[in-house]
Ligand binder design. Structure first.
Ligand code: OXD
Length: 308
């Protein structure tokens, strides 16, 4: 069984080492040394691969080296080839860490204090107890549910918005477009963890941002294309939003002249909220190889009707 690694070259040595420890039976090959392409059954990639099926006619599964698959054109993948997300528990833990950090920063008015610091102003603000702060997560998938779980001990009022109903312990799940505005109207801090699909592209725009309570905070750890950046800047400048913690952008890297860099109410990080954890990812792949041999459905397969 042969697996070809075509993702980030800088991590290839780690993948090779983890495969040799956790799955020595898999013939791990590193692009461009693919050997005989007819032997390649599995591919790990982050970018779309042109002429994929012509080049690797015996492909059985394409593994996205991350949680998102929006970069791939799923319509080009034959039905018998599974598209799999390499999402696993440590990736979700790392993402939850970033979400907790961002929510706490917004909850404790860190943007106001940074502005005061620059002006050398000693300006204490009233402390809002966590029990009075409403935190909503858009996207109650694997990552969203873990983030909610990690936020719970702080005592926030939690909610989620999702395409289908999900149990949110001690909180409410708002479902579908019909409940989107009701959800937004009660989010003092909004965290975006949605998959990027044609339905969610540009979902954070003037109309939706204006539904947030005055002075709300935004955390975007999903995709830049969820956000209409001009509308976000206007919402920040007009005071509708009090701050935004942004890890993802429409264009990455963010261009040096982008207004987000210097905006006093924006924290920019370079798409580091979480990333694929190689040990966990290899465990998903080996579990899937075994499941395939036993005729069981694979883990983390993308539902093409939903696009994630
Ligand atoms: C991912 C990402 O999708 O890093 O995994 O954004």
């Amino acid at each position: 069984m042969c697996i070809l690694y075509m993702a980030e070259p800088g991590s290839a040595a780690e993948w090779r080492q983890v495969f040799s420890q956790q799955a020595p039976e898999l013939d791990f090959r590193l692009w461009p040394d693919a050997g005989n392409p007819d032997e390649v059954q599995y591919i790990i990639a982050w970018e779309p691969i042109p002429d994929l099926m012509q080049r690797f006619p015996n492909l059985k599964a394409l593994y996205s080296a991350g949680a998102g698959v929006d970069q791939f054109d799923l319509s080009q993948l034959p039905e018998h080839v599974s598209m799999v997300r390499l999402i696993e528990t440590s990736m979700a833990d790392i993402m939850a860490e970033y979400v907790v950090f961002s929510v706490l920063a917004l909850h404790r008015d860190i943007f106001d204090y940074q502005i005061s610091q620059r002006e050398r102003c000693w300006t204490p603000l009233p402390i809002v107890p966590a029990s009075e702060r409403r935190v909503g997560i858009m996207g109650a998938g694997n990552l969203g549910l873990v983030a909610l779980d990690r936020l719970r001990p702080f005592g926030f009022q939690l909610s989620a918005w999702n395409r289908s109903y999900k149990e949110v312990p001690d909180g409410r799940c708002y479902v579908g477009r019909e409940e989107l505005y009701d959800f937004l109207e009660q989010c003092d801090i909004l965290v975006n963890l949605l998959p990027l699909t044609p339905e969610t592209q540009g979902i954070l725009n003037a109309a939706t941002l204006n539904r947030l309570p005055q002075g709300a905070g935004l955390v975007n750890v999903a995709r830049g294309a969820h956000v209409a950046e001009e509308d976000l800047l206007q919402a920040l400048d007009g005071g509708r939003l009090g701050g935004a913690v942004l890890d993802v952008f429409d264009q990455e890297p963010l261009s040096p002249d982008h207004p987000f860099w210097c905006h006093p109410r924006v924290l920019v990080t370079p798409h580091i909220a979480s990333n694929v954890q190689v040990k966990g990812a290899v465990a998903v792949i080996t579990a899937n190889v075994e499941r395939e041999q036993r005729g069981l459905p694979l883990l983390n397969v993308v539902d093409r009707s939903k696009g994630y």
